[in-house]
Ligand binder design. Sequence first.
Ligand code: SPQ
Length: 443
Amino acid sequence: MTTMTTKITFHIQNGGQLNGQARVAGDKSMSHRSIMLGSLARGVTHVTGFLEAEDALATLQAFRDMGVVIEQLGDGCVTIHGVGKSGLKAPTKPLYLGNSGTSMRLLSGLLAGQDFDCVLTGDESLSKRPMKRVTEPLAKMGAVIKTSEAGTSPLYIIGQASKLHGIDYTMPMASAQVKSCLLLAGMFAQGETTVTEPAPTRDHTERMLNGFGYHVSQQGNQASINANGQLTACDIDVPSDISSAAFFLVGASIAPNSNVLLKHVGINPTRTGVIDILRLMGANIEILNEREVGGEPVADLRVTSSQLKGIAIPEHLVPLAIDEFPILFIAAACATGETTLTGAEELRVKESDRIQVMADGLQTLGVNAKATPDGMIIQGGSMGGGVIESHGDHRIAMAFAIAGLRANAPITILDCANVNTSFPQFKAIAANLGLTLTSQEEA
Ligand code: SPQ
């Protein structure tokens, strides 16, 4: 177990191929939501495939801090003894949410209408991320939340039990976190809350609420909810996270003589932009054994090596692949020709500025990559080695680890401890499939 102050450095021996099969970590978005909704349900919810990584565990701890009994039984099995919609208790200390934007933004909505006050805090990166996108629409619903002047956390939430009211809100950006935050607040508001999104975003909150028997109506780009429902405990099987699988979809595409089978991956259509983009680039990805598990589509994915080609990434795919751009930029660097990304300014406010940090890292490896305000232009070609600063962003660290498969010299990646926020088994699975990765830990 690493501590928050442990520094982890990855060393990647260049070259190699990926072969074999793997079941990657459970879906992070669904794991968060399973704890939130299971806690508010009546009865006992059993979760399998839960992501036991720092972000989802921060959500789990927050609910324990609010009096919910949650048992971790090992191997992704979690039992939640739901307390009902009005059963949460005031925490005795600030709720610490680590690196997790999803925890903070969804909890701000869920907690705005409680009969107690609370404080939400996070690590250095989370404390810099924009929270006005949730606090402003929540204020329109009657919520009282204090932030820093810049609109960042800590968030001081003054509970407004029975005082919230529904709103009709059109989001200025495509964000599943903002949508989910407002739907969760809407469960405690008088009247109807309707959220309109400018482009489709992940709909796990809507699907899971319906799975718990809480009606959310969805029409086109609108989702509506009111306070008249109750959540009834159910069993949840969390599939593998396509955002974690994406590292191997790209790895096996760019490394010669590779053939990887990724088992039980969530292929919700609001998450599969990475497959669509890679296929447009010429990747060989087969979707096998499609099935539905607990209201979410799941499949096995087979990927084999291919010569990728550069493309102009269609903007409508951007929100459907929003977390996969760090690894897609590596795919672009290995492709023939130019890849351009536009309409992705949201990447600048993730765990790091993923446009700038990836452009800097690619340039370190000798790739012609140019950051633009809302995306990147990458000329594919060869990649060298070097030392990469990941800025503590898990997806940057894992993306450059995979780049090692095609680099012509070793790559060292600094500040990799946060890989544990979303994919603690990354190193073991990557090594098992064929990546030569060693890590060094320092207190
Ligand atoms: O939780 P966090 O830190 O915001 O995680 C990220 C990630 O890369 O893991 C974003 F940095 O995923 C978000 C994602 O980008 C998870 C998420 C969700 O579960 O609802 C939605 C997306 O964020 P947004 O801002 O587009 O709503």
